[in-house]
Write a protein that binds this ligand. Sequence first.
Ligand code: F0G
Length: 460
Amino acid sequence: MLPASANPEPYRIKMVEPIYLIPREDRELALLEAGLNVFNLHAEKVFIDLLTDSGTGAMSEGQWSAMFQGDESYAGSPSYHRLREAVRDVMGFPFVLPTHQGRAAENVLHSAMIKPGDVIPGNSHFDTTKAHIEYRKAHAIDCTIDECFEPEIEHPFKGNVDLEKLDRSVEEHGVDKIPFVLITVTNNSGGGQPVSLENINAVADYCESKGLRLMIDCARFAENAWFIKHREEAHRHRPIEDIIHDIFRRATGCTMSAKKDAIVNIGGFIALRDEEIYEQCCTYNILFEGYLTYGGMSGRDMEALAVGLQEGTNESYLAARIGQVRRFGDALTDAGIPIVRPPGGHAIYLDAKKFLPHIDQEQFPAQALVCELYLEAGVRAVEIGTVLADRDPDNGNNRPPKLELMRLTIPRRVYTDNHFAYVRDALVNLYERRDKIRGLKFTYEPPILRHFRARFDWIR
Ligand code: F0G
């Protein structure tokens, strides 16, 4: 009998990529040159890169070999048809528009569906989603359950939508102003936390009762399905494929950043059940992305995506993937480091308010922590806090979010548990000298999506 804890990776390593830890003085210089913003670092100056799980996964031999079948016809490529079949098979949507990544899918869908003054209720909209909504002078309304904002609560589905909050926003704004309700699985900005199938169905019931459409931002749908299987008693014995179908069954459509759960380095799509909306999206897809059967991707990229969609939903793969994230998170908790509990699907989120209680949120504690971790160990994390939240478009003020987090994002099939033991030890060192860590101020601040390009200095 296998031990109960055994979820070994269902693959072995055939090709490796060397990484180097540059000396501390060189890291100091690199960070200063980067304006204390790790997005500005040259990646070869990073030892372990936990900036994102987006496009950073390791493709399989199956994906690499499928790429050789890529058909680069401008129109009607068989690679597109293989991708469309994979989306139909895995998610059940008949209409598929490829895009070059997730935000491009948002751009196309929102161009077709959102008007100025509209509101989009949902659970912790991702930052590009929110930016696309606000760019169209519409508003994203966060209806995530309150438990999501309490890092220590061990709720199994912290990504859930609060039906009362949803109803309040619908009553306040009226159904005519709501082109769709959006569920994000898993909810990246709130800790990579899943949404239960019970909640998805309750939101779908509600939408049906009001005549509203339901859309899904499904970047990490497979990880969400794994959590449903393991945390929702009613689904424990069901195949993961069936649970995935149920996630999408009642939705009008979805936008997908394939760089996450489809384990490709680039790609995305819109998938729809509604032909009328599909027709409207076609025009914008051609305008912004490319012709309907490639949409910003090459044929070979669509081949890798079609294979990755199947691989990313494989149950033993998901068990190993989520097991690795959980072991890392539990090791940090055991070391006394404050993280969002329970560990999410794709990342561990450190609670920067708890880690650095002496730094005011307006002095960007999570960004300060990101800088210290790079200096300490050459590890690149990312801020999910006040910098990312941007300013309120209505009054220009900072809008410090309830959760001020540093995200350690785990690329798929890339690092081993030993890498994470190293990161844990670095964080323990930082925690021991946390009183010495200082807050930051802007020296340059771009108008929107400022976290990518802002520059900072330490407050002296
Ligand atoms: N939706 C969610 C939930 C996401 O996490 C992302 C990207 C997008 C949409 C946009 O997709 O990057 O392909 O354009 N998240 C990345 C991250 C960037 O690091 O979490 P994209």
